[in-house]
Design a binder for this molecule. Structure first.
Ligand code: ADE
Length: 233
């Protein structure tokens, strides 16, 4: 999968896109991630890429010209699914990440400052938010999107690992995990996990996942949650 990232701050991406799973996926050729500095496409002699908002207001707005030129140079045939990272976008979810992973190409535009000249929306296919909070720019959200989407690209996760078999795919949070030693500073691993009894282990994990979800994210449980709440009555 090819991902082009358009940003004013390409240096921000160095660590997260080079380490661990994403680094390996890039080395293996599963991910072809290309960074583009929007400022390089500015036709202003000082490489200016932002200006004051018409109508007044705080902050600067990213200008249309450098963004149009970057997008047209990077994706002239509009082969990529083009997305603006912005808090006003549609929420990134497991479902939307899975759908994006099926696209052969993505183009991610990192919004900044007080926003982006609205005319660039004629270039874009959609807007994505990673949550109901405001970050200083779209770079961290773009990294989150790349990480989340990459897990659904065949071969990116190690063999035996599945993007599906985890929290949110089944509307439940993850159950607790333990590794050696079986006893650490007076805390023992639950007996059932040492029992080798597969059915009991599966039942314990299901119960723990439900309990964790009820505690931290009860809204995920929906009608299943009502069944669970009533069970104890
Ligand atoms: N830019 C600033 N905040 C953001 C968010 N929550 N999601 C996507 N882009 C953003």
């Amino acid at each position: 999968m090819r991902i082009d990232i358009l940003t004013l701050f390409p240096e921000m991406f160095a660590g997260p896109l080079s380490e661990s799973m994403l680094g390996r996926a890039r080395e293996n050729g599963l991910l072809d991630i290309r960074l583009h500095n929007i400022r390089n496409w500015s036709d202003n002699k000082h490489n200016k890429a932002d200006d004051y908002p018409f109508g007044g207001g705080a902050g600067l707005v990213m200008m249309a010209q450098p963004i149009f030129d970057t997008v047209e140079a990077v994706d002239p045939g509009h082969e990529a699914r083009r997305l603006l990272l912005t808090p006003r976008g549609r929420l990134l979810t497991t479902q939307s990440a899975r759908a994006l992973a099926a696209c052969p190409r993505l183009l991610l535009l990192c919004g900044h400052y007080e926003g982006v000249d609205e005319r660039i929306m004629t270039l874009m296919d959609g807007e994505v938010s990673i949550g109901d909070y405001i970050l200083t720019g779209g770079e961290l959200p773009a990294m989150v999107l790349v990480d989340c989407v990459s897990r659904f690209v065949p071969g990116v996760l190690g063999s035996g690992e599945s993007a599906e078999d985890e929290s949110f795919s089944k509307s439940l949070l993850e159950y607790p995990q333990y590794t050696r030693p079986a006893s650490f500073r007076g805390q023992d691993v639950p007996e059932v996990l040492l029992s080798g009894h597969a059915a009991n282990i599966a039942a314990w994990r299901q119960e723990q996942a439900l309990e964790k979800t009820r505690q931290n994210r009860p809204e995920l449980l929906g009608t299943f949650g009502k069944y669970y709440e009533n069970k104890g009555k």
